[in-house]
Design a protein around this ligand. Sequence first.
Ligand SMILES: [Zn+2]
Length: 308
Amino acid sequence: MTEQPETVSLYQFFQRFPNEESARQYFENNRWAGEVSCPHCGSLSVALVKNMKPMPYRCRDCRQHFSVRTGTVLAESRLPLHKWLMAIYMMTTARKGIPSTQMARELGITQKSAWFLAQRIRETWMVISEDDMGPDVQVDETYIGGKEANKHANKRLHQGRGATGKTAVIGILETNGRVRAEPIGKLDKTHLQRFVRANAKEGATVTTDSFRSHTGLSDAYTHKTVNHSVGEYVRDQAHTNGIESFWALLKRGHYGIFHSMSSKHLHRYVNEFSFRHNTKQAGTMGFIEATVARTVGKRLTYKELINA
Ligand SMILES: [Zn+2]
């Protein structure tokens, strides 16, 4: 039996974080748990310098000044921590994602800052390396984009299963568990099976549809197929419903909210949906806590983002 994750309403959220000071305390506790350490040298010999607003701490060993933002994805941001926290809250609670225009209105900032803010929060969610999934996984592929994407059709996109100007996305889902998904250059056997091998433990049961690029998986896995083209959705208990529900939500986010996820940033949006899926049992504060913890050691400049 799974317990209902604890959700925090907007009203409760504002009671808990009414101002900048409460947000600062939250970020500091999350990072240091009451024992401030210097992000430059790791020393615990730290002085609180009165009236040094942007850099309130000074290290007695390396003599550098710092704040809770130093060495995190917030380092170069001038937005209040309270707005960062509110933005993370909004992105937690919006199952289909939140457009930057709406975030801008709610936070009283420009759409450009809201977009950059959201991209830096997404940056914290990017997966670095993870363990294998299994023992029972579903693998499926889909296309994101369409009319909007046609205008800037990526010329290097190799066409796979009948989809012009769209970007192929591959995903793997543990039955009743985590999901991982990413845009994939080409939906051929080599690329698909490289993705499966990178994510699923050898010997796992892998369910796919009967797309021919999946043939050959049985060398390392127990491979089950469902033939969607003949209207078959379940065969011997095997199905790909979990990953298909995930695609459905991602597409609702794409068509309804983001309108045109540019193919340049698509991996960030796909990862956002995966992260939300994978943390849904953590509840609102668990999600926020995990996100704030992941801000440390990350950096993303506006220039990097637009030139990527
Ligand atoms: Zn130091």
